[in-house]
Design a protein around this ligand. Structure first.
Ligand code: HEM
Length: 417
């Protein structure tokens, strides 16, 4: 039977979305008792979808495409203009293979090794410091690590400002006014730097390792057998560097989780890697990072009795699906044990998108994210001792992307013996 999609009455809901943040879709699916509703965002009709079945529709490449889904505002800060996130079909799959190759198991292990060394170096600096903000420090650790891994030279004197630019691109993409301009400026500065690195590589002045992201992207040829333009190569290399630095958000939430659920510190100390993995999986589910994702319908079709017209913007409720009581028992309880059964989560656990990453738009960096988070758990529970002073550890479900306010301040840091 054909059903009418509940319609959210409004001229445009963009500001309401910014006011309600991560809960915007959930608030309405509850109000209308429906996993599907229609609204208007950025001056366009949009259909929001949630619930267990929604990711399967959203990641169906016959029904959905990316072209036209990503607002230019977001491309100009977060992703870069016309990058892989906006591509479809054969051209997308060809480009995606490049990213999957860059992040293969061997390369993932190499990045973990470099990151372990940088953590170790950072700890020796922290031991004398009166106070350390974990978010800022991990930003720098990851920025140094990913640049070294990718083959991008980064002088010690530049680590702080480059790391800051990467995190600014991520933290300002929903901002308006001066904050948003900061994000655009950070991207402009980073693109200029990385264009120079691509040029230096192509002219032979820089000789990065064959498997490094820099080498792979500088010499990648698209379906037509052409090299990427310098600008496009820079944008795609930044699509490797920036998200690795952004793992600092999840690592800061990991520290908050250990603080809020201290019973796990002991458990993690006396258990194996499996427990660490369960813990970080629950951090990726429970804490807010990616709010929603967008795609455009390729044709007219029916889904669950509802009519979807060709060319409609569809928004997937990532945060809501990770907190849906029909999928997760007591979703607002932090319980790593829910991940004790190790299995593939193609469509039911989507903090970094759903489906098969080599066939669709799901994040190619999930393996790296999980590994670098596990490594941080090991440092936080097994290798470090520290005090946690009074501070504002709360985080907002309204501000997108979210982050604990204080960034997690640590004092009296010592190596744990
Ligand atoms: C795509 C989240 C880490 C590289 C995505 C998508 C999400 C996401 C939600 C979009 C899926 C879609 O459009 O359907 C995250 C989060 C991360 C993270 C929350 C944790 C910090 C990484 C890392 C890398 C990476 C470490 C690279 C080393 C990418 C790329 C895409 C992507 C290149 C575009 C894929 C495509 O369009 O085919 N990520 N990601 N991400 N991610 Fe991640």
């Amino acid at each position: 039977v054909k059903k009418q999609i509940p319609r959210d009455k409004c001229i445009d809901n963009t500001f309401t979305l910014l006011k309600e943040g991560y809960l915007f879709i959930q608030n309405r699916t509850e109000r209308y008792s429906s996993d599907v509703f229609e609204t208007r965002l950025l001056g366009k009709k949009a259909i929001c979808i949630s619930g267990k079945e929604a990711p399967k529709l959203f990641y169906n490449p016959i029904l959905m495409k990316k072209k036209g889904a990503l607002p230019k505002r977001i491309q100009k800060t977060l992703f870069g203009v016309n990058a892989i996130q906006t591509m479809d079909g054969r051209r997308h799959l060809h480009r995606k293979k490049l990213f999957m190759t860059i992040m293969n198991q061997e390369e993932q292990d190499r990045l973990s090794k470099i990151t372990t060394e940088k953590w170790q170096e950072a700890i020796s600096r922290w031991e004398g410091a009166s106070r350390v903000v974990l978010y800022d420090e991990v930003n720098r650790i990851l920025c140094q690590s990913v640049c070294e891994w990718a083959g991008v030279p980064l002088p010690a004197s530049e680590v702080k400002c480059r790391a800051k630019d990467f995190s600014t691109m991520v933290n300002t993409f929903t901002a308006i006014g001066p904050e948003y301009w900061k994000g655009k400026k950070a991207r402009k500065r980073t693109e200029k730097w990385i264009r120079g690195i691509i040029e230096a590589t192509r002219s032979g002045k820089l000789r990065p390792g064959r498997n490094s992201a820099l080498h792979q992207i500088a010499y990648y040829k698209d379906l037509d057998g052409k090299l990427l333009s310098t600008q496009m190569a820079a944008v795609e290399l930044i699509n490797v560097l920036r998200p690795v630095v952004a793992i600092s958000t999840f690592i800061t939430f990991t520290a908050v989780a250990l603080y809020e659920h201290r019973e796990y510190i002991k458990i993690l100390r006396s258990s194996d890697e499996n427990m660490r993995e369960m813990f970080v999986q629950e951090v990726r589910r429970y804490y807010p990072f990616t709010p929603f994702l967008g795609a455009i319908t390729r044709k007219n079709f029916m889904w669950k009795g509802y009519n979807f017209k060709k060319g409609t913007l569809v928004i997937l409720d990532v945060y809501g699906i990770n907190h849906d009581a029909r999928i997760w028992e007591n979703p607002y309880k932090f319980r790593p044990e829910r991940f004790s059964e190790k299995r593939e989560h193609l469509f039911d656990f989507i903090p970094q998108g759903g489906g098969d990453p080599s066939k669709g738009h799901r994040c190619p960096g999930e393996g790296i994210t999980i590994e670098l988070m596990k490594l941080s758990v090991d440092f936080l529970v097994n290798k470090l001792e520290f005090k946690i002073p009074e501070q504002e550890l709360r985080y907002s479900l309204i501000k997108i992307p979210s982050l604990p306010k204080s960034g997690f301040i640590m004092r009296k840091i010592k190596t744990r013996t």
